[in-house]
Design a protein around this ligand. Sequence first.
Ligand code: SF4
Ligand code: SF4
Length: 349
Amino acid sequence: MIFKVLAAGELEKFFELLVVNKLIGPVERGPAVDGRLLFDFAEVAEIAELRLDFTQTVHSAKKYLLPYLEETGVFVMEGSDWEKRVDYGAHQPLVLFGLHACDINALNKLDKVLLAEPYPNRFYGAKRAAMFIIGHSCRPTPACFCRSMGADSVRHGCDLFLTPLGDDYFVEIMSSRAFHIMESLDLREPTRRDHKRFQEQAKHRGNLLTAEVDATDLTKILDMEFDSTVWNEWGRRCLSCGTCAQVCPTCYCYGLEEVVALDLAKGAKIRQLYSCNLLDFAEVAGGYNFRPESRTRLKYRYYHKHRGFVEAFEEPLCVGCGRCGTNCLAGITVPEVIASVRRGEVENG
Ligand code: SF4
Ligand code: SF4
């Protein structure tokens, strides 16, 4: 990896180089009902719109790779002929500016599933290849437990990563594309003092990570506690609303629907992101639902993320961003659920 230092005054020049493309970054969205300031990713045209001091966006950058609704193919009839049209939706380069380590690691996890042969998701792959990603160090919230999930720092998955050091930015250059873009900027070699400041920043950030999940032997404990009564209590609380999957940067489950025009001249196959907590997620042809209870659906979500995915890829399908807990109307958080499985009871249950 190549380390450089960029004077903060050069950031605008860097932004101007990139904004000739469509550029997405964190913007402010006003206060939530509890007074918290809300942020989200959106298209940005001026550097002043960027809120690089954001804590957490409501949605992750997943929405630019896995849109909520996506046509996977359109069928058009012309006379007795028909034509299939496929549009991967990657018409122009997209710059993602300001992703935190957890969200970059979330994309790395999605890559493992969605780019894997023999059936890669070409819609996801085309968009991922057209992206230039700039990471930015974060301001942890009390809900963040990324360190427990090994997702609090980035080794790959972006083009470069910025860490503010007072008046400067510590720059980690991770791709040749980034290297060539940075050549036109006024960069300097980091000094011993810069390295120290970078490490102090990392330590300070680590001290702010107060939430945690004990992942020791978690796959085995989940196997042992499959019939634990804690799932009944969490199932009783869960509203089966699907919000957790909607905001989660690593949830990728979907449903496919075919729609046909009344005159049969056109049809489309539409992919829609879905949630394993929704009532009909496990409903099959004939109307049989093999997970009709919220406790089994909620349990499945935890077993997929913290057991099945770990067995397949040696890592959890969770980056500890805390979004699911922050946005759950029932107050269900990953640290609480995992701790309750270990304890054998739900606090205030
Ligand atoms: S865990 Fe929370 S956010 Fe997820 S489906 Fe249940 S109530 Fe909704
Ligand atoms: S499960 Fe929750 S904490 Fe984990 S990545 Fe998804 S939204 Fe973030």
